[in-house]
Design a protein around this ligand. Sequence first.
Ligand code: CUA
Length: 327
Amino acid sequence: MIGGPLRFVAQSAKEGSFWLPPRASSFAENTDHLFYFIYYLCLFFFVLIVAAMVIFMVKYKKKKDGEKTADIHGHTGLEIAWSAGPAVLLVLIFAWGVKDWMSLAVTPDHDYLDVRVAGRSWAWTFSYPTDGIESTELVVPVGRKVKLTMVSRDVLHSFFVPDFRIKRDVLPNRYTVQWFDTLEEGEHHIFCTEYCGQKHSAMVSKVIVKSEADFEKWKVEAGTGNLTPAQLGAKLFQTKACATCHSIDGQTVLVGPSLGKKYGIREHVLVDNVEQEISVDDNYIRESILDPMKKIVKGFAPAMPSFQGQLSDKEIEALIEYIREIK
Ligand code: CUA
């Protein structure tokens, strides 16, 4: 009886089931088996307990006035069974979970692809230290083990790829590590699964699994070596998540003011709550990137984190160049 549904589960889960998304990493299978073990265990005890409850309700119901309550004594054997049985099952689940957790937590010391992950409100940035690439999507070659070293630039985030069955918190000032491998080419969702503010639900990205050859091609395209400053600025505007808070069309108001048609105009800002009129020039943009609390554009909340220490001079200049061009 158990063989039937379990076989069904093993087949269907690979393509995804009612409970779980498709499996796309090698340890997803173990995770799913543990999940379904607990699921069917719960189902078994739910039916057993509810059935016993209903039977006893009927059996021991007072049937006429004056009838005495049944005089029931303890049953030592039964009591030991229902204490020891669940204890054994819980230890089994614990041991199974720890075994799987260890294989997730400890990166195998084989050849793996090193990727740095930065979470910030509200976007993910993936950098490839050996190739000098920064990307808003996690691109990996199929079959290769990938080690993620993750950190947050501001508040707590959590990195979650349901198809891989991996989830790990991303913390400020501390690195957390997570690894995975992939089974075939394709795309998978990345979610932030720790509430991190206004646009937490928009903090999504994708894992793109490519063949080795396509991955090599992508690395060449994604490199920043021969970009003009404005092109580099446009890229940084995405990878550094500027775009989650600033539109570039000059109209749409996200969290901060739109940066389209901004360069060179006069702007009303608050400096220590005193209104001033300033001109949007290179110095103002640089200052706003490094010390955003200094001059707050009138009508906006002081919400922007500082990018001090996160951008090189070259990158700041590239961003200024880009903002100058979006008219
Ligand atoms: Cu980042 Cu939720």
